[in-house]
Design a protein around this ligand. Structure first.
Ligand code: SR1
Length: 325
């Protein structure tokens, strides 16, 4: 450990231990989130201990206890089930460990919450759906309850339906597991087969959108469907912009930036600095049309064109390097 010149203690000496404890590690979003957290940790000379997420609430809870025993200075808890985390997160706080939560509501005023402004994200996607399809359409909706970001996006979907009586939810499905896209594709095939009049799909997680696109291609109905999602990755850009793709818009942050912000929020607290209770990284609407017109093929190219994809002003300080990508 070398330390960071000009940084407050303990970062001036380096080697501060922070744990990143995820519920899900698979998929583009979570891999990029972790990569961003690692890049920010490296820039701060933090010894980041990454605990793999395997969609296992009991294992994630155990990992929090392991991190406490490791003597970390802070924990970043990335997704998970509040009921299996709240008491062990409090235990961490009680031993002097700082805690940051990303997308899991631990309902604790001592734990700042990082999020992507999910209400705005969903609203931007649905506004685009109305722009493209008018305010009357039959929809398929992909949702799994219990994940804070999906629950927040669902609140917007419910409100949107109540304000647009011409929008009919014909079918609802979804699964989050270690093969979310292919499992969702299986469900989507059955649901879209049974509801051939559904023309718009609200799938606010890129793994959901990828699954629905797979199903649409298998069923030969890609030409009559339009998919609206959340999230973006290089692989998603390829899927959105390819000829004949039904995936017409997504609303996204750069997940690597969100990972970096989460580590910065933890570091600020370890340095004794104040962090707001809500730390928001705002998303951007990316349509198929705009991506094709800009000729953007990768998330790095997006970062060159859209400032919010290269850095965020959330949880910054003069001593924290934040130009990472
Ligand atoms: C299972 S929750 C998936 C969502 O978490 C993050 O907020 C991403 O945006 C993703 O859509």
């Amino acid at each position: 450990a070398e330390g960071l010149a000009g940084a407050p203690a303990p970062f001036d000496k380096g080697g501060v231990k922070i744990a990143l404890i995820s519920y899900i590690s698979a998929g583009d979003f979570f891999q990029a989130y972790q990569a961003g957290a690692e890049a920010q940790a490296k820039a701060l000379d933090i010894d980041l201990r990454v605990f793999p997420g395997r969609q296992d609430a009991a294992e994630q809870r155990e990992q929090v206890l392991q991190a406490i025993n490791l003597g970390v200075s802070a924990l970043v808890i990335d997704h998970g089930l509040p009921e299996s985390l709240a008491d062990v997160a409090q235990q961490a706080l009680d031993t002097g460990i700082k805690v940051v939560a990303f997308d899991v509501n631990l309902n604790n005023p001592k734990i700042p919450q990082v999020e992507q402004s999910d209400h705005e994200l969903a609203q931007l996607a649905l506004d685009q759906a109305v722009k493209d399809n008018g305010a009357s359409f039959n929809a398929a909706y992909v949702y799994v309850a219990g994940f804070a970001p999906l629950d927040r996006r669902n609140e917007v979907w419910d409100k949107f339906k109540s304000q647009n009586s011409g929008v009919v939810e014909k079918t609802r499905f979804g699964v989050v597991n270690d093969t979310t896209a292919t499992s969702t594709a299986d469900q989507a095939k059955a649901a879209l087969n049974a509801n051939p009049d559904a023309t718009v799909v609200f799938a606010p997680y890129d793994e959901f959108a990828r699954g629905v696109k797979l199903a649409a291609n298998d069923l030969g109905i890609a030409g009559k469907l339009k998919i609206y999602s959340a999230d973006v990755s290089t692989a998603d850009i390829q899927e959105i912009t390819e000829e004949g793709s039904p995936w017409v818009a997504t609303v996204a942050t750069n997940p690597a930036v969100v990972g970096a912000v989460s580590v910065r929020a933890a570091a600020l607290q370890v340095a004794g600095q104040v962090v707001p209770p809500q730390i928001v990284v705002k998303p951007t609407l990316l349509t198929q049309e705009s991506l094709r017109a800009a000729g953007v093929k990768t998330i790095e190219e997006l970062a060159q064109k859209i400032p919010a994809f290269s850095t965020s002003d959330a949880a910054t300080a003069s001593w924290i390097p934040d130009k990472l990508f």
